[in-house]
Design a binder for this molecule. Structure first.
Ligand SMILES: [Zn+2]
Length: 476
């Protein structure tokens, strides 16, 4: 389909569903050039409107804010706003019904989170919220030279059967795209997909960072020319995009790589501009940071988000569980919106060391980076901290696997986690993705109680967790 036809068809169909992406997008393309003060003012007005709506129409907030005797009229500064209680995933799970507005009119759209940190959450979006979220995404694409309706390749989702499969195929066609499921990234299928894409001439490749990276690496191994696809942009989302993945994607596809940061609850939270900084769509979302729980030695703060567009089920001061920082220095692109930096993953991605410290899972990234740098022939690798705090490393061997890799991984982990750490290394045939199609380099199976703030501080004072015994590496 010609991109212009694709764009008109797609936006027209969304208009029919009541999701007016076109008008939101043109508004967002005007506001993005506002001076910083005007942008802040616009965001603050939208926040105040959201708080009034939440107080008057959402039973959960009304009850909670009344209990602490705080009315939205009293919230005049960002500091006042911080007096409002934090909304947790647990709250959303337990009070989903009371979090819905009693005056929600028209059609609403139900979505589930991917459940990266546990059980998926059911979220309700208004048509306005859906339109604003999509518009923020497409604005990001346009910053990087790709318009709505351009031919797209997705590497995400899970295969469906029957009617769901047919619906997805129609959806793919209407949005001018083709799809590869992360589970299909195997030599035979990737070779066939590469041939198909050469005929299709896509402009945009989009997917989970790990799946795109996996595909790029396999293409390198199979000597398939990624640049022959003629892509203009790769957009990685849904997971943390690590530098080594970005470098690999740029090398294989020969085009810029943009990071899209967002979630099902509030939509896009940051999108890379052409200068590689993730601007916050402040028209849609209010982002704050909070220092991490004392005792947890992560570098960044926790991000707290408030949606400014979803009247059906407003999220006010929602703890996402993501770590990051907000930067306000001017960007070379000239847009005044602040940016999200230092996205290091999830608060649940913390590793307990043998002497009772907590390390951020980005230390694992360094181990993987070294394996990449030394081209040790690892096709896939995953680290898990088990319930007893031992660490299991699963490795899928690639064609040029180096026998020293096991020793290297084992030594690196001992250096990070302490000599007493118990490390098991296993060779496996394949490491499956989660049901959502996402892939995590690190999984923590430590009981939730072990990660609670009080315990962390207490144990830091000298009662180490049950990490003991002699380190051992088992290759099986
Ligand atoms: Zn910028």
């Amino acid at each position: 389909m010609h991109p212009k036809v694709g764009k008109a068809l797609y936006l027209g169909l969304q208009d029919l569903r009541g999701i007016h992406i076109r008008s939101h997008l043109s508004w967002l393309e005007q506001t993005q050039r506002l001076p910083v003060d005007e942008l802040r003012q616009l965001q603050w007005e939208r926040l105040q409107r959201t708080l009034q709506h939440a107080y008057h129409h959402v039973p959960y907030y009304r009850a909670r804010w009344k209990a602490i005797k705080l009315h939205p009229d009293q919230i005049r500064t960002p500091e006042d706003f911080q007096q409002l209680p934090i909304l947790t995933k647990q709250d959303v799970r337990e009070h989903a019904k009371e979090l819905r507005a009693d005056n929600a009119r028209g059609r609403t759209f139900h979505r589930f989170t991917s459940g990266s940190t546990g059980v998926p959450l059911g979220i309700e979006h208004s048509a306005n919220s859906r339109a604003a979220m999509w518009a923020a995404k497409y604005r990001g694409h346009r910053w990087n030279g790709v318009d709505v309706g351009e031919k797209t390749v997705w590497v995400r989702g899970m295969p469906a059967n029957g009617a769901a499969y047919a619906a997805r195929r129609v959806d793919d066609w209407l949005t001018n795209g083709v799809r590869l499921f992360p589970g299909e990234i195997v030599p035979g299928l990737v070779t066939r997909f590469h041939q198909r894409l050469q005929r299709f001439h896509p402009r945009l490749l989009e997917g989970y960072a790990s799946a795109l990276y996996q595909m790029a690496k396999l293409m390198q191994e199979l000597k398939l020319d990624g640049r022959a696809l003629g892509l203009r942009l790769v957009v990685a989302g849904g997971e943390v995009l690590y530098d080594f993945q970005r470098t690999c994607l740029q090398e294989v596809f020969g085009c810029p790589v943009a990071d899209e940061y967002g979630c099902a609850e509030v939509g896009i939270i940051g999108f890379d501009c052409e200068h590689g900084r993730r601007h916050i769509p402040v028209e849609n979302v209010y982002v704050e940071t909070q220092p991490c729980t004392p005792g947890i030695r992560a570098r960044s703060s926790e991000l707290i988000v408030t949606s400014l567009v979803n009247d059906a089920m407003p999220f006010v001061r929602y703890r996402l569980g993501d770590l990051g920082t907000i930067e306000t220095q001017p960007c070379r692109c000239g847009r005044a919106a602040p940016t999200v930096a230092g996205l290091d993953g999830k608060i649940t991605g913390l590793i307990r060391t043998a002497d009772g410290r907590w390390l951020h899972d980005s230390v694992i990234r360094n181990v993987i980076y070294q394996i990449e740098q030394h081209r040790m022939g690892v096709a896939q690798i995953r680290f898990a901290q088990e319930e007893d705090a031992s660490v299991t490393v699963e490795i899928v061997r690639g064609e040029h696997f180096h026998s020293e890799t096991v020793e290297h991984v084992w030594r690196s982990l001992k250096a990070l986690l302490g000599e007493r750490a118990v490390v098991h290394i296993r060779f496996v045939e394949r490491i499956p993705q989660k049901d959502s199609g996402k892939f995590c380099f690190f999984v923590s199976r430590l009981p939730e109680s072990a990660r609670e703030a009080g315990q962390v501080v207490g144990q830091d004072r000298g009662a180490p967790l049950s990490l003991s015994g002699n380190g051992s590496a088992h290759a099986s």
